[in-house]
Design a protein around this ligand. Sequence first.
Ligand code: AP5
Ligand code: MG
Length: 211
Amino acid sequence: MFGPPGAGKGTQAELIEKKFGAVHISTGDILREAVANGTEIGKLAKSYMDRGELVPDEVVIDIAIAKLQEIGDSGFLLDGFPRTVAQAEALDKALSASGIPLDTVISLNVPEEEIVRRLSGRRVCTECGAIYHIDSIPDGTLNCLLCGGKLIQRADDNPESIRNRLRVYDEQTSPVLDYYRGRGILVEINAVGTVEEVFCRLMEALCSDKA
Ligand code: AP5
Ligand code: MG
């Protein structure tokens, strides 16, 4: 699942996971957990993440491949990985070694002004990771509507980091889309509209012959 920061990757991945039971692997979520737990990887990743820079390839590749090996034969949905051509090549190598094909690459397309609106109003649950937007929950909601956990703003959802994440996406991640476009497995989705509208478009694309 590709898309610039705030495109709705995590939101749509949760719905796909519920519908198909594919394991949702978000390298961003794994790294944030490492930061929260104060592990060595977390300490290293934090400075990159707060600035909106990519964490070095060798660190992220090890994390993603270990997670894929852990889930074995179950279907999976990668969110936010690969993000560089080197990561895409490492993923290819690991998948072909285990005989697992990559069926579809989804790109969620959203214009920049909508991204800034989405990210500046995002709130996430510290307990279960549920994703909200202040426009879609009652005014003054401080706790998760699913588990009661505390809702917070992510450390990288500030204007400077958002600008940097958008630049990094254009410079380092867009070339990965060309990599998959050349293979004919890229499906581009207009991700402007309600969460449900975008999910319907995704389902249509995933269930058509093209995907
Ligand atoms: P990561 O956590 O992947 O962040 P990101 O790519 O910047 O994307 P986001 O999680 O911010 O957005 P999203 O697309 O998931 O949107 P969401 O569904 O939350 O990565 C964070 C950092 O970790 C990176 O900057 C990097 O440092 C590091 N990292 C991670 N992976 C790495 C890798 N492979 N290599 C190197 N470094 C790596 O939605 C956003 C908001 O919009 C929410 O409020 C939501 O409610 C709302 N929303 C969603 N859909 C809609 C809709 N249709 N209409 C209206 N609002 C909507
Ligand atoms: Mg996300």
